[in-house]
Design a protein around this ligand. Sequence first.
Ligand SMILES: Cc1cc2nc3c(=O)[nH]c(=O)nc-3n(C[C@H](O)[C@H](O)[C@H](O)COP(=O)(O)O)c2cc1C
Length: 192
Amino acid sequence: MIFEGVITTANADGAAHIAPMGFQREGDEVSISPFVPSTTLVNLKRDGRAVMNLSDDVRIIAGCLTGRRAWPVQRATVIDGWRISDSLAHLELTVSDCQEHPERPRFRCRVVYEANHAAFRGFNRAQAAVLEAAILYSRLEWLAPDKLASEMAYLAIAVGKTAGDRERIAWQWLVEAMAEHPRHRLRLEQRA
Ligand SMILES: Cc1cc2nc3c(=O)[nH]c(=O)nc-3n(C[C@H](O)[C@H](O)[C@H](O)COP(=O)(O)O)c2cc1C
């Protein structure tokens, strides 16, 4: 099963780098597959430590993709690293090994510490829609403009019906960025 989280790694100067990232977990082992090239990959190889942050604030995901990466972080508990301050839970990880791959190396990591900070509030369709829109956004170079437009029109229904402020803001950031993309220039019809 693949979950979606937000990974924090340390840059060479010690500053936090934040990126949405899928992961798999089995017991105390977490697997992460960052693409080549990516800052997360470089940081994991150099430092061997990371935090997987579990948050329902979809602004963090949409924000990272659209150039808004300055989310509040604080020191992790047992590793020398950073965690996102506003998360429901976080896992502190050390890399056990790296399976090399030309496009997507796979890091196996050990969970050396984990903590819950707030309860799961329940499923929300707008959060799921923003997540899907973020995935679409990360594939804009390959996606056909018609496909993007129809998928976004469908996802917009759940956002319109069930979003709170955070979801509306995150959605707006993605829609604006898609509207500016030279191959897509997405225009969503306004629904009543
Ligand atoms: C929900 C979601 C899941 C993602 N999962 C991955 C992943 O598993 N591996 C990856 O390399 N990028 C993934 N991405 C894309 C990265 O977040 C994005 O490319 C990011 O900029 C990583 O590059 P960076 O480390 O250079 O910032 C995901 C994006 C989203 C929205």
